[in-house]
Ligand binder design. Structure first.
Ligand code: OAD
Length: 252
């Protein structure tokens, strides 16, 4: 990351009336949550379609629950890193005019103090009943491999958006609006290959006069890079606090 690029990014942010952020697994990597796309195409040793699709759950719900219980147990041991905290500081500066859209299901943005968080892929903390449809926050306590709904004894599933499923409209629509209305979109720690999440980047660029600036923060260039006006390449837990510092005090 060059000093010049950091200054450009901070200058755009200082002028921005509305800011939108899209985060992915990379923002939690320094907290100890593994990212998804390993070179072997497997996800913690499993084929993605076995553990993250409605068909996989229908075939073997116990396998899927064991997989998610392991991820929930991992998240229970981790804490937000300086990148999460820096994003909470940015929200404090813009208030309602700041929207954090995350693909992460680990809850670490909220744990760091971010308030307006749109979890477009769901949450490891929540379950959804296939019987009565109730969605509940169950924290990160172990749930076993065949949890039942405490209300109707229906089968519970993780409240996660799986491959082949639509994003929940009440969360996705405000995310698209925030991307469309922002003056700066920060794209952080995502490979930007999973849609529709990644389509927030061209959506931000669609508005004319003024066109939004896209700032990418990642270890390496990604699919998002061709839309980016500047890339700040390095660990987000280091880059984001530097960006907040360069931005300076409110009104500066
Ligand atoms: P990926 O695993 O595809 O990408 C993680 C990105 O983070 C990569 O571009 C890395 O270069 C970058 N990265 C890793 N460590 C970093 C660090 N310390 N600082 C900055 N960047 C870093 O994860 P996502 O893009 O989030 O969906 O994946 C998108 C979706 O695919 C996930 O939400 C999940 C998955 O299947 C569902 O579960 C529905």
């Amino acid at each position: 990351m060059t000093d010049e690029n950091l200054t450009r990014a901070a200058d755009w942010l200082r002028l921005a009336e509305r800011v939108c952020v899209l985060t992915g697994a990379g923002v939690s990597a320094e907290s100890g949550v593994p990212t998804f796309r390993a070179s072997d195409g497997l996800w913690e040793g499993h084929r993605i379609e076995d553990v993250a699709s409605p068909d996989g759950f229908e075939r073997d719900p116990a396998l899927v629950w064991n997989f998610y219980n392991a991820r929930r147990a991992n998240v229970k041991t981790v804490t937000p890193n300086p990148g999460h905290h820096a994003l909470a500081k940015l929200e404090a500066r813009w208030g309602d005019r700041f929207t954090l859209v995350t693909q992460n299901v680990d809850g670490l943005h909220r744990a760091a103090g971010s308030k307006k968080v749109l979890e477009i892929h769901g949450s490891l903390h929540r379950t959804r009943c296939l019987g009565c449809g109730k969605v509940e926050d169950r924290g990160l306590e172990p749930l076993g491999d065949a949890p039942e709904c405490p209300h109707c004894h229906g089968q519970l599933r993780p409240d996660i958006v799986w491959f082949g499923e639509a994003l929940p409209e009440p969360i996705w629509e405000p995310a698209m609006l925030a991307a469309y209305e922002c003056n700066v979109l920060l794209v952080i720690g995502t490979s930007a290959v999973v849609h529709p999440a990644a389509s927030l980047i061209p959506i931000a660029k669609r508005r004319q006069l003024p066109v939004a600036k896209v700032i990418e923060i990642n270890l390496t260039p990604t699919e998002a890079s061709r839309h980016a006006d500047v890339g700040l390449y390095g660990p987000s837990g280091e880059v984001l606090p530097k960006l907040v510092e360069r931005l300076g005090a409110f009104g500066a």
